[in-house]
Design a protein around this ligand. Structure first.
Ligand code: CTP
Length: 213
C-alpha cells in the first residue's frame, strides 16, 4: 500500500524569533512510518519540526514548519495514496499577521496576540470519495473515547486512534503510549501500554486492508 503519514508539531511564527508550538515529539508518527516500512508499504512522511532522524526506507520525506505548509504538503501528495494516517499535532491557531520585526517589550505589562484558526487537514480529506482510507488521531485529556468518536464522525475518518495526553507515563513526548482505536463500523480495540514502536506495528496491522476497515 502507499501510505502517507503526518507527524510532529507545527510551529506558527509570531515574529522572526518566536513561535507557537506544542509538546508533540513526533515519536508516534515516526514509529508509524517505521512500522509501515517494515510491513512492506511505500511510505511518505510529512513532518513538522522534530529532533528525530527520518527512518530509512521512506519513499518520500517532506519537512514542514507551519500548519499551512503541512496542509499544502498533504494535498500535494494524496493523489496516489491508499491510506493517510494523520498523526501530527497541528496547531489550531496561527497569528492573524506575523510581525515582520521582533516584538519589543516597550515597557508593557500585558500582551495580546490575535490568532485565527488554521485549516483542518484531516477534515479537508472528508470528500475523498473512498479513493483512500483515512485514519485520524485524537489527543484528549477528558472524555477521551466520547470526544474521539465525535471527531471521527465530524471529520469522516475510517478509524481514529485515541490518545490520552494527560498522562505523564504515556502519550506526548513519551517513548510509551496506550491507545484505543475506534473504527467507523463501531469496532473498538484497546492497545495496552507499550512502546510506541509496538503500538505503531499494531496500529499499522489493524488499519491496513487484510483486516479491512
Ligand atoms: N488535525 C489536522 N489539522 C488541524 C488540526 C487537527 O489535520 N488543523 C488532525 C490531527 O492530525 C488529528 C486530528 O485532526 O489527526 C485530531 O486532532 P486533535 O488535536 O486531537 O483535535 P482538534 O480537531 O484540533 O480538536 P480539539 O483541539 O478541539 O480537541
Amino acid at each position: 500500500m502507499r501510505v502517507l503519514i503526518t507527524a510532529g508539531p507545527t510551529h506558527e511564527p509570531i515574529d522572526p524569533v518566536r513561535y507557537i508550538a506544542n509538546r508533540s515529539s513526533g515519536k508516534m508518527g515516526y514509529a508509524l512510518a517505521e512500522a509501515a516500512i517494515a510491513a512492506g508499504h511505500e511510505v511518505t512522511l510529512i513532518s513538522g519540526p522534530v529532533a528525530l532522524q527520518p527512518p530509512r526506507g521512506l519513499s518520500r520525506f517532506v519537512a514542514v514548519a507551519t500548519a499551512d505548509e503541512m496542509f499544502d504538503a498533504v494535498h500535494a501528495n494524496v493523489a496516489k495514496i491508499d491510506l493517510a494516517i494523520l498523526c501530527a499535532a497541528v496547531a489550531d491557531f496561527k497569528m492573524r499577521s506575523i510581525e515582520p520585526r521582533k516584538i519589543k517589550k516597550d515597557g508593557r505589562s500585558k500582551m495580546t496576540l490575535e490568532l485565527v484558526a488554521t485549516r483542518d487537514i484531516l477534515a479537508s480529506l472528508r470528500d475523498r470519495a473512498k479513493k483512500f482510507l483515512v485514519v485520524g488521531f485524537a489527543a484528549e485529556t477528558d472524555n477521551a473515547i466520547e470526544n474521539a468518536r465525535k471527531k471521527m464522525r465530524e471529520k469522516n475518518c475510517d478509524a481514529i486512534v485515541c490518545n490520552d495526553v494527560s498522562r505523564m507515563d504515556a502519550g506526548f513526548a513519551s517513548d510509551h503510549n496506550e491507545v484505543t482505536i475506534l473504527f467507523c463500523d463501531d469496532r473498538v480495540i484497546k492497545i495496552p501500554r507499550a512502546t510506541k514502536s509496538i503500538i505503531a506495528a499494531r496500529v499499522i496491522d489493524l488499519v491496513t486492508p487484510k483486516q479491512k476497515i
